[in-house]
Write a protein that binds this ligand. Structure first.
Ligand code: NAD
Ligand code: GLY
Length: 376
């Protein structure tokens, strides 16, 4: 049975701490401004001789030196691997570079990995930590809004396969998540919007009051108001903690976090990784999943308009790209949620409550057609 979602807690002194309660795999999410440069942020983590920071060539010039300086007071040896930026590099090749660096250098089974970057770096580094010597500790240092509200939390780690998103990976929890809100200052607007998609997701699946709050504070979020961002990151993490605490390995409830993702992953894979951002695919995917929920008679048609308006205001695409329906279905058949060959969609079963349903191909085709870009 699903436990009731705890009420939102007030955003108090920095850092705000959101605990993830998973028995001996429990850890804290620290949320606040200026965390990167505070020595207390890094205290109490596992001791080791070597720390390896994994980052990319866009984030490294911004934050690598500062993190290296902090970690140098805790580890004799702080190394880094700088990967090329981009979703297309969440790949076997990048993973191999990290593993090769670990094997070639001074790393041992106590070495701590630090993921400095967005969800691509976080997912890949977590997977490297899960498989190197059968598992070494790792810390998430998410620097995108999307990674702070979603991907750094909950222990899903993966790389992509050309046939499907996140198809090779492991459940592996970090030791800590450090979400420094100041790192969002350098985030491009398009990436901020991509993060807003995952924040918006939490409202319809779990917390109507949060959906109302997002609608009321969207302009402040777009303007990067720090207190609005602090609340949005904290409430998103609280909701994710509530879900993951009950279903770490997605045997049921956790699938609701994939609202919009079945359609969104198909867009990402179909257009080639990197063409649409993950959050853009999720944004548009939520319009399609809302439409499907309405056609299945679960929510009124007005809900589709409400979601579409909010996503448009968040500067996210609400029209799907043109792809033959056979291609959509082929792509959506490669999805971890599917069972017995049937595509399973996360649908809204009533505001603040989500579930899983199959749907006839013809209905799915109508849903997509109703929200596809017209021919130019
Ligand atoms: P990303 O990691 O590609 O980051 C987006 C862009 O922002 C990149 O160009 C990155 O280099 C840049 N960037 C990062 N931090 C920056 C900063 N502070 N300033 C300026 N630029 C910065 O993408 P993302 O949106 O963070 O994450 C998407 C990925 O996360 C996808 O691969 C998705 O599958 C995955 N994901 C995983 C989970 C999970 O539970 N593990 C959940 C959601 C998404
Ligand atoms: N973002 C989906 C999950 O963490 O389960």
């Amino acid at each position: 049975m699903t436990a009731p979602l705890p009420d939102a807690t007030p955003t108090g002194a920095s850092p705000t701490v959101v605990p993830i309660d998973l028995g001996d795999r429990s850890y804290d999410i620290l949320i606040g401004a200026g965390l990167l440069d505070q020595s207390s942020t890094w205290a109490g983590l596992p001791r080791a001789r070597t720390a390896l920071i994994v980052t990319n060539d866009l984030v490294a010039p911004l934050y690598l030196e500062r993190l290296t300086r902090q970690l140098s007071t805790h580890y004799a040896n702080v190394e880094s691997v700088v990967l090329p930026d981009g979703e297309q590099h969440k790949s076997w090749e990048s993973l191999d570079r990290v593993i090769d660096h670990l094997l070639a250098g001074a790393a041992d089974r106590k070495t701590v990995l630090y993921a400095l970057g967005g969800g691509v770096i976080g997912d890949l580094t977590g997977f490297a930590a899960a498989i190197y010597m059968r598992g070494v500790p790792f810390v998430q240092v998410p620097t995108t809004l999307l990674a702070q509200v979603d991907s750094s939390v909950g222990g899903k780690t993966a790389i992509n396969h050309p046939r499907g998103k996140n198809m090779v990976g492991a459940f592996y929890q970090p030791m800590r998540v450090v979400a420094d809100l100041d790192t969002l200052d350098t985030l491009p607007d398009r990436e901020l919007s991509a993060g807003l998609a995952e924040i918006i997701k939490y409202g319809p699946i779990a917390d109507v009051a949060f959906l109302d709050w997002i609608e009321a504070h969207l302009d402040a979020l777009l303007a990067r108001d720090k207190s609005a961002l602090a609340y949005a990151v904290k409430r998103s993490c609280e909701i994710k903690a509530w879900v993951v605490g009950q279903d770490e390995r997605e045997s049921g409830l956790r699938a609701i976090l994939n609202f919009g993702h079945t359609f969104g992953h198909a867009i990402e894979t179909g257009l080639g990784y990197g063409a649409w951002l993950h959050g853009e695919g999720v944004g548009c995917g939520m319009v399609l999943a809302s439409e499907l929920s309405a056609r299945l008679g679960l929510v009124p048609a007005g809900f589709v308009d409400r979601m579409t308006r909010l996503l448009e205001r968040a500067r996210l695409p609400v029209k799907a790209p043109r792809m033959p329906i056979e291609r959509w279905l082929e792509l959506m058949r490669v999805d971890k949620k599917n069972e017995g060959g049937e595509i399973r969609f996360v649908v809204i079963e009533g505001l603040g409550r989500a579930g899983m349903r199959g749907a006839p191909d013809a209905m799915v085709a109508e849903v997509i057609a109703a929200h596809t870009e017209r021919q130019p």
